[in-house]
Write a protein that binds this ligand. Sequence first.
Ligand SMILES: Cc1ncc(COP(=O)(O)O)c(C=O)c1O
Length: 365
Amino acid sequence: MSNDFIPQMIPWFGDEEADAMDQYMRSGGFLMEFKKTQEFEQRIAEYTGAKHAIVVNNGTVSLSVAGIVCGLNAGDDVLIPNYTMIATPNSIKMIACNPVFVDVCKETLCMDLELAKKAITPKTKAIMFVNSNGRYPKEGIEEFVKFAKENNLALIEDSAQALGSFYPDGRHMGTVGDVGTFSFSVPKIISTGQGGALVTNDDELATKIRKLKDFGRSGGGSDIHDSIGWNFKFTDMQAVVGNEQMKKLPWRVERKKEILKRYVNNLAGVSQVSFFETDLKNTTPWFIDIMLSERRDELIEHLKENSVGSRVMYPPINEQECYNIAGTYPVSKSVGKQGLWLPSSGQLTDSEIDKVCNLIRGFYL
Ligand SMILES: Cc1ncc(COP(=O)(O)O)c(C=O)c1O
């Protein structure tokens, strides 16, 4: 057995990205966003089936921009799952809105629809639905669409963890609500170092997004401004990498699914370990997430001593010091105590997965 460290996650770039970047840097390119970025946007639109894809500098900003174009104003409330990456609530704090936390379903870690229904007030203006690890709500996303329509709420899909994941009706995650967003930070299935994208089928929203990220320019390249905007632009350097990464997405999707299958098979019968419900026909697992009924911290140490990295899953957001909001959120609280991400990089070999699983089996059985 090799003693090489198996990290929880490692960057996933290769010669193709290096060669493309080398060629680009010698081609007299502008580096700032231009044709390579347009190509990257087109690839995302084609892959997801969205009418428009617009890239920005990161996934957090893509959510703030989604909130602005969906008409959120300072003081509005937005429903946010209490289990998510901190960027989801922080993105709307940036536009002076208030997150209202809703617990998630224990099977999927997606927002609990019944609890969301109880959480709305006249101040609620939007839902940020998070496709947790590429999963969809057990009621179907249509029920969230209906709930949003009936209550005049914008529906923003935070699909940062869901590129390559589809709803059972075949639509790509992120393309069903008013606006969907993605992140291309390094741990994601494709990465541009940093980066984010918004997708929408609404022409008017797409125009607003493009203006917002480009100083509010009235038209491409001019210095005439009929609205306020900022600079949330991408770069062609990132797009050069992104275009190569997009070519690899289809087989990466397959490999990610195989990795989860192997973990599930190998850990069958270890009663202390449970997996969330993952429909591998549609979901591409981004990270291998498990719940441990006992001794999580000891297991983390055991793995570390044997050269295996892992990472505790997100704590409940309401308990994070920066929010510190009282409330009863049993599912996200239990994930904070028992959830663990196992090594999840796409480059994991079968024998590395077997090594991790054998260590876990040996620890518990
Ligand atoms: C659910 C979710 N939303 C938003 C983000 C933020 O994306 P970024 O890191 O690109 O700002 C992340 C990043 O991991 C995420 O997992």
